[in-house]
Design a protein around this ligand. Structure first.
Ligand SMILES: [Fe+2]
Length: 266
């Protein structure tokens, strides 16, 4: 019998009016696929964020191929890790400090990162704090425009950079909130599959070939404006390209620590 015939009833995408502590616990446990809060940000907040993003530095782009600059703001730790998971500390902290100053100057009101962290903290019952390295708070809350999709991959700080943070992370969640969405495409798919050593057979330079998840149960979510989404990025996931429009999201990771706290990083 194909494995897709036997479905895990707990691996679903739930729509909810708000994120709750139960959602966070079930995502951390790895049973629930995803929780989406439609209209997590209202359209005015999304417009304000996109307008302010125009005041942020943009990634290099080729005007002949892409008509508008691609929004890419804030350092992601992954981009500063060597093969062995060591952090290129000088470069990271310089970029993190610069991003903090630029963020402040852009004057984004409301600040979707601050708003979402506050709401997740109240759902959990304790404030979300930044992950720290040597006592120093890392940058949390990147803004990314992704129109060409993202390959099948997983995110797991305990594999990518064990002992990077002062805190011990027992489960990782990914948060996204969309402030611009394309008319079609751009779906996020999460498969009921965690990385296994055998998956390396299907490895590409970045990500994995579709064979990795061929018979795995999955959920696919089409982003709508202002939607907030939480999922466990230890489950492999991918983003479909959008042929037109702009897909812009604020994104960060949450970690549940051994002391029951939530920490955040990008
Ligand atoms: Fe990811």
């Amino acid at each position: 019998m194909p494995r897709t015939m036997a479905l895990d009833p707990l691996f679903t995408a739930v729509d909810s009016a708000a994120f709750t502590d139960r959602h966070l616990a079930n995502l951390a446990a790895g049973t629930l696929a995803a929780v989406r809060v439609p209209g997590f940000l209202d359209s005015a907040a999304c417009r304000a964020a996109v307008a302010a993003s125009g005041r942020l530095p943009t990634a290099d782009y080729d005007p002949a191929r892409v008509p508008t600059p691609i929004v890419r703001f804030g350092p992601a730790l992954n981009d500063y890790l060597g093969q062995d998971g060591d952090l290129d500390a000088d470069r990271y902290w310089a970029d993190a400090e610069a991003a903090r100053a630029t963020w402040h100057r852009a004057g984004m009101r409301p600040d979707p990162v601050a708003v979402s962290l506050a709401r997740l903290g109240s759902a959990w019952g304790a404030a979300v704090t930044p992950a720290t390295i040597g006592g120093r708070a890392v940058f949390g809350g990147t803004l990314r425009e992704i129109n060409s999709g993202a390959p099948i991959h997983y995110d797991d700080v305990n594999r990518e950079a064990p002992q990077l943070f002062d805190q011990e992370v027992v489960a990782q969640l990914a948060f996204n909130v969309w402030v611009a969405v394309p008319p079609t495409g751009g779906q996020t798919t999460v498969w009921r599959h965690r990385w296994e050593p055998v998956d390396e057979r299907h490895r590409r330079s970045y990500g994995y070939r579709p064979e990795t998840v061929q018979h795995c149960q999955h959920v696919s979510l089409t982003p709508a404006l202002g939607d907030g989404l939480l999922f466990n990025p230890g489950n492999v996931h991918a983003v479909r390209p959008n042929p037109g429009g702009r897909r812009i999201a604020f994104a960060y990771f949450l970690g549940l620590t051994t002391t029951g706290r939530l920490i955040a990083w990008s």
